[in-house]
Design a protein around this ligand. Structure first.
Ligand code: AHR
Length: 336
């Protein structure tokens, strides 16, 4: 059948087509909004976040998670990396105050020395969230909450693993060396205290030396070299406060002709992918998990603070122990 169109027919067809096009475009725009919304529908908020640095795979994973969750929750993020310097963190917090951000979050590299800058934030009426690490202060209400791991419990879990390991091997005496994280930082203090308390009642355990490895791989390497020079094959256990330092220490043990995981029991903390792979190879015996995935809680807390709501004082994520006591093939990809 042949279709016939006159001028007015063409005009009315054009009109129908343009109405149809408008309708289709509206549907696309609405669909786009819906796909984009979800958590992004939350009130807009400017969050200033001061990160410690890039010292470990954990820290890089934490930064990535904060950035991804800010995006996910529609939070505008002013991110500053302090490159391991407290003075850079203090300067970043002052910039956030000058910029009048809605909420400040930061991971304090050490516990002391924050009172003045946090007082300035308080006077400016900007709520502050502590992420990952705590501060030590006599002042009241400088911060609203702490979102981070229970480092003391991590130390306890490391100590409890060691007691079980000593039992299973029937060991009568264990010489322990401890490679600690950054001096005066919360994870260093609490991982040390938790471990010491857990093994305190066990007379088989002796800590030969605790040495500062600053959470950095090259320092872990140096510390292990000097511990081996000092104690040689007297060392039965290395308790290292993070994966990075553990991964630095292992080659030094091998260079000294010892087999990590067999001649020396290796205990680490974090649970990043590289350390878990080495655990599966048998060169690490135990890794206590410390998750860097704190971004979701940080964003939700910041949104609540901006809305003037009360928030929980301390939020600790759930954490596990990965060790040679378990079926290691069950451990999935770690994501950091
Ligand atoms: O504060 C958390 C610790 O800091 C992690 O264990 C470590 O890897 C990081 O650098």
């Amino acid at each position: 059948m042949k279709m016939m169109y006159n001028a007015s027919g063409v005009r009315s067809m054009k009109k129908t087509l343009s109405i149809l096009l408008c309708f289709v475009m509206t549907v696309f725009v609405l669909a786009g909004c819906q796909a984009d919304s979800g958590k992004k529908g939350e009130p807009s908020l400017l969050l200033g976040f001061s990160q410690i640095g890039s010292e470990s795979a954990w820290r890089l994973g934490n930064t990535r998670d904060i950035e991804e969750q800010a995006e996910n929750y529609g939070v505008s993020l002013m991110f500053e990396n302090a490159n391991q310097k407290q003075e850079n963190q203090i300067a970043a917090i002052r910039r956030f105050i000058a910029y009048q951000v809605d909420v400040i979050a930061f991971s304090p590299i050490v516990e002391d020395g924050w009172d003045n800058v946090l007082m300035e934030a308080k006077e400016a009426g900007i709520p502050v969230i502590l992420v990952d690490r705590d501060i030590s202060t006599e002042e009241e209400d400088l911060t609203t909450c702490l979102i981070g791991a229970d480092f003391y419990k991590e130390g306890v879990m490391a100590g409890e693993y060691l007691i079980r390991k000593a039992d299973s091997l029937g060991l009568e005496h264990l010489n322990i060396v401890e490679i600690t994280g950054t001096d005066n930082s919360t994870p260093m203090r609490q991982r040390q205290a938790g471990f010491a308390d857990a093994i305190a009642g066990d007379e088989r355990m002796e800590i030969l030396e605790s040495i500062d490895g600053d959470f950095i791989k090259s320092r872990g390497e140096e510390c292990m070299r000097s511990l081996l020079e000092e104690y040689g094959d007297e060392i039965d256990v290395v308790y290292s406060h993070n994966d990075e330092m553990t991964l630095g220490a292992l080659p030094e043990i091998e260079k000294a002709g010892l087999v990590p995981g067999k001649d020396i029991i290796i205990i680490s903390i974090d649970g990043g992918q590289e350390a878990i792979d080495v655990l599966k190879q048998g060169k690490i015996n135990c890794v206590v998990e410390c998750t860097p995935k704190l971004g979701k809680e940080v964003m939700e807390t910041a949104i609540r603070l901006k809305a003037g709501e009360k928030v929980e004082g301390v939020i600790h994520p759930e954490e596990k122990v990965f060790s040679d006591e378990m079926n290691l093939s069950e451990i999935g990809p770690r994501g950091y």
